[in-house]
Design a protein. Structure first.
Length: 209
């Protein structure tokens, strides 16, 4: 595992301009409120978060400079993001605005209104309701997790994080879900979601693989 030294970090303004995302401000005004630096891994995390919005409207995010770079959002306005940043502390910065293409939705096409899952634990049965406005993917087996979840997080956060995630998920033995911006979760009773914590924030940032 290689670590990103301070000398190899890039200024926030320069890095974010290089994102393959549209911006709604001139480059000289992008992130004028923040002069800290981001790592290549953080840049990747922000790009993935922005790509998941796909509203065709400008959005902002609040993100932790510490690995694994918790991201909160999207927010429709800078004011909303500033309120969240104020509550989150000095380790968090504001990023955006980003504008991504809207997902195509054919006229009259079907859409998911709700998801209900029945889980068996021996003779006991539980019915879980999943909010389709929050959850955008479900995984029902270890094979699905190994094929789709672990490779994605490995590409985004690095091999060490992916291995820790795999170790964390192995004993759970329950349906797993994905919630935006990019977190694994477990459906809970009454439509709740339990986020899965993999690593505590650290100021040591790994390079992407």
């Amino acid at each position: 595992m290689r670590f990103l030294s301070p000398s190899r970090r890039l200024p926030v303004r320069a890095v974010l301009i290089s994102l393959v995302l549209g911006t709604t401000r001139p480059p000289s005004e992008i992130l004028a409120q923040d002069t800290k630096t981001v790592s290549a891994t953080m840049l990747k995390v922000l790009a993935e978060a922005a790509d998941g919005a796909r509203t065709a409207q400008p959005v902002f995010f609040v993100a932790d400079y510490r690995f694994p770079h918790q991201v909160v959002g999207p927010f429709d306005s800078l004011a909303q993001a500033q309120r969240v940043q104020t509550d989150s502390g000095t380790n968090f910065g504001i990023f955006g605005p980003y504008t991504t293409r809207k997902d195509p939705a054919p006229s009259g096409g079907s859409r998911i209104i709700g998801i209900t899952i029945t889980v068996a634990r021996g003779a006991h049965r539980d019915t879980l309701t999943v909010d389709s406005q929050k959850v955008d993917a479900l995984f029902f087996s270890a094979a699905a997790i190994d094929k789709f979840v672990i490779p994605y997080y490995g590409r985004t956060y690095g091999s060490e994080y992916a291995q820790k995630l795999r170790t964390r998920l192995a004993p759970l033995g329950i349906i797993l879900c994905h919630i935006k911006p990019s977190y694994m979760c477990m459906p809970a009773a009454h439509g709740g979601l339990e986020l899965i914590q993999v690593m505590q924030p650290t100021t040591t940032t790994t390079t992407p693989h």
